[in-house]
Design a protein around this ligand. Structure first.
Ligand code: BGC
Length: 752
């Protein structure tokens, strides 16, 4: 930390009453009043259980009359708000905090800025496929500039929950299944959000979440238990959060789930021993929404009072909207059931974060004018387009069907091709779907002649028919096409050269509380694809989705496939850039695509077992499904081709050097994401068959080649033994380098 605020913190603490201290711990959401009377928590619940969409949530938050509990604010009972995303309201409330409370302690405004504020970039899972820390940092910076202009001081991001189970809906919010990649992604986001100096007006606090291992929820069901060995926790899950702490993150959100029976919200060993004592974290912890009170449901706390006792002792500083601290702590401190020192520590963490964010020196970090001049700036849209281009993965390109030539006539099918709002993906609370360019609009803007193959969509003018459909609309539109399907498609696409089919998921089908037991495509979509293929025209599938999907039918039967994820405001333009070859795709999957739901969790860094899968009967496999992935981790194609040769592995004292030569063997320039993996053959505990050790994105002209080097430290190759000692011993290793996890050159080496 640059400055030491401890003296000022202690001085303030000395002046604060018990109630004022507790007030700093309270994060409040506005209640809606007037025609639509509902508390912020209830409104959040309505969004989570699908009664209202995220957009409706955003609209209600910005238009309905809101009650910010201003009397409580004046009385020093509120330290923070969640969900205030406009400069006028933020400044008005801040003025009350600064001028009308006894001590004038500024508020800190938190907000879910997950993949952009208003200029929405691809969902994190999509953006992670760029394997590009510089891009991640730049989009983080842009999000901070925009959100801070709207009065936001802290984002509840990045999410660095390693997610190996495609059934879990929140796969969309992180960087996929690998711990190293999540750490690189998270650290870059922290740097982007917090900027050069966190106290600058356009920097925002990064609240890293969800600590810890939320992505390992049993059976991929959201909020479910996490039970794993401490070794696995420390090797495969904790390092991504640690990378963010090391990058200077000033806030951490403990996760909803329990780990081995102790909910993270009251997990002292996690929040104090690991986070503070071992990792030296000096910022504040912010509970997840209502999570402290939910400790009663977990069955770890007898009642709300008990939840407050346990959480404050465990090191949970700020209570996001469950109000248990406000209701109980004063009496608990007075009666001696809570040690005031625990309360003081929590308050100090919050004050320190507010000092670091520059709020004491400049509580008003924005103005309505700055907000107006910042939101959706043209250069932001340019960066959003670049981010989308770099996130779209080319999964298949039989016979070089792509890129398309500009004079082709395109038949467009699948309702999401016409929907702007669907391009946002999950968790885009500050967004407006109307800002998005749909796929149909992007193609038209690129000069293509587009014929709509969808009932209810205007063929001449795709965007005019593209009203915002909700899920039921989508089903009815799809059904209309299914009746008399093949005939319809054949007639409609008669003079088209090619068909593009948008398939996948709606944005509400991934994200929080959106787990799926079945990750295959719905029957209607397969039926549509069959109808389109039956026309005899070449079909290109564009997938919009927030999780890996099981798509064996598509992989086998559709000649070209683009995985677009939910690409954000510039979706249609970025897709057109790729479809017409203005941009050569370079992204690679950060998550495995299984054949079927029953393979979940499926990930490349698995262990061998005593009976590695094979043809023989008694081996570890499924009788009805291949053991391999449809598309493996790290996979992605380009319009050019790359060849790998001359892998060399050299073991030094503390570092292994891996070099490999990569050449562009195709006819156009392209970017290749070169990946390096290792395997330790024998250990005191079994080790993964492959583990990512490094990656580098290189640009190569046609015919050009480059030698890429990776330096892997002994520490990186370490692991925990049965007694939880970190072991960095030598042994036999294989190092791999290649363009995806399944297809690499390899070399063996003995390390002493
Ligand atoms: C989510 C968090 C989010 C919070 C605040 C919770 O339900 O789990 O990721 O930051 O809501 O909106």
């Amino acid at each position: 930390m640059k400055e030491n605020y401890e003296a000022r913190i202690q001085e303030l603490l000395g002046k604060m009453t018990l109630e004022e201290k507790i007030g700093q711990l309270q994060q409040c959401g506005p209640s809606l009043v007037g025609a639509f009377e509902v508390s912020f928590e209830e409104l959040l619940n309505m969004m989570f259980d699908g009664r209202i969409s995220e957009e409706e949530f955003g609209r209600l938050m910005s238009t309905a009359e809101q009650d910010f509990h201003e009397d409580d604010l004046r009385a020093g009972k509120i330290g923070s708000y969640n969900g205030v995303g406009d400069a006028a309201t933020a400044n008005r409330l801040q003025k009350i905090a600064v001028e009308e409370t006894r001590l004038g302690i500024p508020l800190i405004f938190g907000y879910d800025v997950i993949h952009g504020f208003r200029t929405v970039t691809p969902i994190p899972l999509g953006e992670s496929c760029a394997w590009d820390p510089d891009l991640w940092k730049r989009t983080g910076r842009m999000a901070a500039q925009e959100a801070s202009a709207a009065g936001v001081h802290m984002t509840f991001a990045p999410m660095v929950d390693v997610a190996k189970d495609a059934r879990w809906g929140r796969v969309s919010e992180g960087a996929g299944e690998d711990v190293l990649l999540n750490g690189c992604y998270g650290a870059a986001k922290v740097q982007g959000f917090q900027g050069e100096d966190l106290s600058n007006d356009d920097s925002i606090v990064a609240c890293v979440k969800h600590f810890a291992a939320y992505g390992a929820a049993e059976a991929g069901r959201d909020y479910n238990r996490v039970d794993m060995s401490p070794q696995r926790l420390w090797e495969e899950y904790l390092p991504s959060y640690k990378a963010c702490v090391d990058a200077g993150a000033m806030a951490i959100m403990p996760a909803f789930n329990d780990i081995s029976g102790v909910p993270c919200s009251v997990n002292r060993s996690l929040l104090m021993d690991v986070l503070r004592d071992k990792w030296g974290f000096e910022g504040m912890t912010v509970s997840d929404a209502n999570a402290i009170a939910e400790c009663v449901n977990h069955g770890i706390a007898a009642d709300r009072e008990d939840a407050a006792v346990q959480a404050i002792h465990a090191g949970m500083d700020m209570d996001m909207t469950s109000n248990v601290y406000t209701e109980n702590l004063a009496e608990l401190v007075r009666s001696g059931k809570v040690d005031e020192a625990d309360l003081d520590r929590a308050v100090a963490d919050i004050l320190r974060t507010k000092f670091a964010a520059g709020l004491f020196d400049n509580p008003y970090q924005t103005s309505e004018e700055r907000e107006q001049n910042t939101i959706l700036r043209p250069e932001f849209r340019i960066l959003a387009r670049e981010a989308a281009q770099k996130s779209i993965v080319l999964l298949k390109n039989e016979g070089n069907l792509l890129p398309l030539s500009e004079n082709m006539k395109i038949g467009l099918a699948g309702v999401t091709a016409f929907q702007r709002g669907e391009m946002l993906g999950a968790w885009a609370v500050g967004a407006n779907g109307e800002d998005c360019v749909s796929l149909a609009e992007g193609l038209v803007a690129a000069g293509a002649e587009v014929v709509s193959l969808m009932a209810g969509k205007d063929a001449e003018n795709p965007e005019s028919g593209a009203k915002e459909a909700d899920i039921s609309d989508e089903i009815s539109v799809t059904e209309m096409n299914i009746s008399g399907l093949a005939g319809n498609y054949a007639a409609l696409s008669a003079d088209c050269d090619v068909i593009i089919a948008a398939i996948g998921e709606t944005k509400d089908q991934s994200g929080e509380a959106a787990s799926h037991a079945d990750i295959t495509l719905p029957d209607e979509q397969i039926a549509m694809l069959k109808g389109l293929i039956a026309t005899g025209k070449p079909v290109i599938a564009v997938l919009f989705n927030g999780r890996p999907l099981a798509i064996p039918f598509v992989a086998e039967n559709v000649p070209a496939i683009l995985e677009a994820w939910h690409p954000g405001v510039e979706a249609g333009n970025a897709l057109a850039d790729i479809l017409f070859g203005k941009v050569n795709p370079s992204a690679k999957l950060t998550t495995t695509f299984p054949y079927t739901s029953g393979q979940c969790p499926m990930y490349y860094a698995h262990i061998n077992t005593g009976r590695p899968g094979g043809k023989a009967k008694f081996t570890s496999k499924y009788l009805d499904t291949p053991l391999t992935a449809v598309y493996p981790f790290g996979y992605g194609l380009s319009y050019t081709t790359f060849a790998y040769r001359d892998l060399a592995v050299q073991a030094g004292e503390d570092t292994v050097t891996v070099t490999v030569t990569v050449s562009n063997t195709g006819t156009c320039a392209g970017d290749e994401i070169v990946q390096c993996y290792f395997r330790r053959h024998t250990g005191k505990r079994v080790r993964p068959v492959k583990q990512l050790a490094g990656f580098e994105k290189i640009s190569l002209e046609a015919g050009e080649e480059k030698t890429v080097s990776f330096w892997i430290t002994r520490e990186q190759m370490g692991y925990y033994d049965a007694e939880m000692n970190f072991v960095t011993e030598g042994g036999k290793f294989t190092f791999f380098a290649g363009g995806n996890s399944a297809d690499c050159l390899d070399g063996e080496v003995d390390i002493f």
